[in-house]
Ligand binder design. Structure first.
Ligand code: FAD
Length: 463
């Protein structure tokens, strides 16, 4: 195959064992096969590969760090597709600390991008538990979210420009560094979140921010979800721009974390139905942010919104509180099968959504246990449902479609989204058709046909 000669034998993988890490999603939910794995080392090589693939009608599956949770990066099982790994496009091309931008290639991991910003005394605020492995190309292709969205926005809000290789192998040099650019259709926004179905992102201009100098982190216990909503409004009102995280977890979620994750404990007097992790950050010194956090929590306590609270007194304590939140997914793995929903609803409806979803889960599987946590301030609920204790994992997972369909129906009643941050990939493709209007699907198809007329880019994903 000519495509292999573009990258050279060393970077065209056909050995089954070496191909394996590119063909399997980390949880084993998606397994594919491929004709070839290609690891180009430059944008030019990506363009040459696409040009050949487009002429020959060979399908290309772009892959970054292979941490995606909806199967978008995994090829089909019929060995007809080529996986294009962007991992070797891994240089930070430039950092403009004064201008607040940097240009990084698609294969730079999120952690490396954060470190490059830090070396320049700036902050790249996107943060995900998978940041050591996921790559900027994948992060933008999925419009990833994470814990910093409340203050800084999701990946889309953090990219000013893109370099993209089109389906026929042309290079769009759109690496602008402009905050304002109203010159017609926003092509950048088309490619962000398109999950590799419209073009290959090879580099991006990212926005940088001042680094917070002081941060206050607290864990509060709350009796009800309505209290969580009230505390959010108070934290927003008192914290304003300094409120950088407002994450919620059910009591059962933290019970699993402390049961399964070593060196974790809840540093509060009693177990509680709900917990919130609050972070406030400030670009100025002098304890301002600590005082603001204490004042807000004292007010919450006086109003009986929270039943208990701890404010981290050191960096180590702050990290220990964050570990509770960040271990939620991992802890759940130890409880057998888990059927996951990454949904969003308007913030005011989160309590009702969770109550109604709980009722439908029980009708689909008696005894199944919702493990609820997420980015409350973004309306984003990770509504994951663990199998009943002692149930057969495989049998439980056969309920996946029934369970997600029932929960998504509840999401729809609240005008929510069936994918808040993980994308559509293979997992939610059929659900998408249920929740988008025919007009929306038709417009999406027209865009796909216009940018990828031969349908070679990540077929079977999203649409
Ligand atoms: C433990 C864990 C925690 C996570 N937490 C979060 C979270 O909090 N928030 C969140 O949003 N996500 C989260 N994720 C999901 C995942 O990490 C993100 O979706 C991430 O952005 C994927 O990046 P990646 O480089 O691994 O992409 P991949 O998984 O390799 O690919 C994802 C999609 O992007 C496409 N793609 C990849 N690179 C390119 C490119 N250069 N050009 C065009 N298309 C491309 C692929 O074809 C695929 O459709 C989590 C995942 C794990 C494993």
């Amino acid at each position: 195959m000519h495509m292999a000669s573009v990258v050279g034998a060393a970077h065209a993988i056909t050995d089954p064992e070496q191909m394996m890490p590119y063909l399997r999603e980390m949880r084993g939910l998606y397994n594919g096969t491929a004709a070839l794995i290609l690891r180009p080392g430059s944008t030019r090589e990506v363009a040459d590969i696409l040009s050949i693939a487009n002429d020959a009608g060979v399908s290309i599956v772009p892959q970054g760090g292979n941490t995606g949770l909806v199967g978008g990066q995994i090829p089909s099982p019929d060995a007809s597709e080529v996986v294009l790994s962007l991992a070797r496009l891994n240089s930070v091309r430039s950092v403009d600390a004064a201008g607040g931008t940097m240009i990084v290639e698609a294969g730079v991991t999120l952690a490396e991008a954060q470190a490059a910003a830090e070396r320049a005394g700036r902050l790249f605020p996107l943060s995900l538990p998978s940041e050591g492995s996921c790559q900027i190309g994948g992060v933008l292709a999925t419009n990833a979210g994470g814990t910093g969205v409340l203050a800084y926005g999701n990946a889309r809000a953090l990219a000013l420009g893109l370099e993209v290789v089109t389906a026929n192998g042309e290079i769009w040099e759109g690496l602008r560094a402009l905050k304002k650019d109203n010159t017609g259709y926003d092509l950048r926004d088309l490619f962000i979140g398109s999950e590799g179905t419209l073009g290959i992102i090879t580099a991006a201009t990212l926005k940088l921010f001042p680094r917070p100098v002081e941060t206050a982190v607290a864990l509060a216990a709350l009796p009800t979800l309505e209290d969580v909503a009230t505390l959010f409004r108070l934290a927003e009102a008192r914290g304003a721009q300094s409120l950088t995280a407002f994450e919620f977890m059910s009591g059962f979620t933290l019970e699993l974390v402390t049961r399964h994750i070593p060196n974790t404990r809840i540093p509060l007097r009693e177990a509680s139905p709900w917990y919130v992790l609050i972070e406030m950050s400030s670009a100025s010194e002098g304890g301002v942010i600590e005082t603001a956090m204490q004042g807000m929590l004292a007010e919450a306590s006086e109003k009986n919104i929270i039943s208990d609270v701890v404010i981290a007194g050191s960096l180590a304590q702050a990290q220990a509180l964050w570990k509770l939140r960040e271990s939620a997914s991992e802890a759940q793995r130890h409880e057998g099968g888990s059927i996951k929903h990454d949904v969003s609803v308007p913030i005011a409806h989160i309590p009702e959504f969770i109550a109604e979803a709980g009722a439908v889960v029980e009708t689909v599987c008696h005894g199944a246990r919702p493990v609820v946590f997420g980015h409350f301030g973004d309306g984003n609920v990770h509504y994951n449902v663990s199998q009943p204790p002692g149930a057969d994992k495989a049998a439980y997972l056969t309920l996946w479609n029934d369970m997600t369909s029932a929960v998504h129906d509840v999401v729809a009643r609240f005008s929510g989204s069936i994918s808040a941050e993980h994308g559509i990939g293979q997992m939610k493709r059929s659900e998408l058709a249920r929740f988008k209007s025919p007009l929306e699907i038709a417009m999406m198809r027209k865009i796909k046909d216009a940018l990828d007329p031969n349908g070679i880019l990540n077929p079977g994903k999203v649409l």
